[in-house]
Design a protein. Structure first.
Length: 306
């Protein structure tokens, strides 16, 4: 307080008396100093000192502060709990929709689970490379948070198949032109469902990631994909990177899995087709990622398809 009186004529400070009878026995007091006269060096030479008991005031302030801290903590915990609850509801909605589709064609439900795992394997390899400094600069934006969003959104990519007639979904042979045209609409429907289910209840960045995966996972690097293709600017780098990753997972699963219209290919055959498609159907910069993940992918499918 002496130092403070160099620049002012009054000041006050709260202090607590010694706890003589336990930690709560001390009382709070407020000491106030008023300068009545200063010397030639402007130093206080006459000072009035007053002391006032402010124990109740200080204790009330401290209690209010503590209550506010507890309220903030409790509110934060409640918000976090509600957020997790909403996310779990969303996950169950998506899972239920996937199961409904799977029950219609006997395949898509399993396809959704498997492709989600393939996406996880690919994304984790990209993140590992980014962390080690050996990653491709074009994938540097895929952080752990972005990768988590991509993995969490992957199960939503085929939700639009709920609108496709069962006779088309389960057709054992090749689809004719009209049937194929109808089948292609599932990508647009998938994007619409993502917006319907997630918009306004999820953070915008995640919704955008999920929408891009759902709508654009059938776009091709060479621009001959759908629903937009090169006429809609969905060619090469114009395709969202999350959709490019999903495309690799989607096609690989289609090749090595049994479908109503085909038997599964061997890992070797599927690998050859995937590599041949790099730079045509797939982003060529995903080739070394796919190659690095080959053994893990084959191990996963060996253990989960029998």
């Amino acid at each position: 307080m002496k130092e403070r009186l160099r620049d002012t004529d009054s000041c006050s400070s709260d202090f607590k008396s010694k706890d003589l009878h336990g930690p709560e026995s001390g009382r709070w007091y407020r000491s106030s100093l008023i300068v009545c006269r200063r010397n030639a060096r402007n130093e206080p030479c006459e000072v009035i000192c007053g002391i006032r008991d402010v124990d109740a005031e200080v204790r009330e302030r401290e209690e209010n502060k503590l209550m506010l801290e507890r309220f903030t903590t409790d509110l934060g915990a409640e918000v976090a709990e509600q957020t997790l609850h909403i996310q779990e509801i969303q996950r169950r909605v998506v899972s239920s929709l996937a199961d409904m589709i799977g029950s219609r064609d006997g395949n898509t439900g399993g396809h959704v689970k498997r492709t989600s795992e393939v996406v996880k394997i690919l994304v984790e390899e990209i993140i590992r490379r980014n962390k080690s400094g050996e990653g491709n600069p074009k994938f540097r934006a895929i952080s752990e948070k972005t990768g988590e969003d991509i993995i969490r959104a992957a199960p939503m990519h085929d939700l639009g198949k709920i609108f496709i007639d069962t006779q088309i979904l389960c057709k054992p042979g090749k689809l004719d032109d009209e049937e194929y045209k109808i089948m292609r609409t599932h990508a647009e429907h998938s994007g619409e469902i993502v917006n319907l289910v997630l918009r306004d209840v999820e953070e915008a960045k995640f919704v955008d990631t999920a929408f891009n995966i759902a709508r654009y996972h059938h776009e091709r690097w060479d621009g001959f994909g759908y629903p937009e293709g090169k006429n809609g600017g969905k060619i090469g780098e114009g395709i969202p990177v999350e959709a490019r990753i999903m495309a690799v997972a989607d096609v690989y699963d289609a090749l090595v899995s049994k479908r109503c219209y085909k038997e599964p290919m061997s890992f070797g055959q599927a690998y050859g087709i995937m590599i041949d498609g790099m730079g045509k159907q797939f982003d060529p910069d995903l080739e070394d990622i796919f190659i690095a993940c080959r053994k893990e992918l084959e191990r996963y499918y060996s253990e989960n398809i029998g």
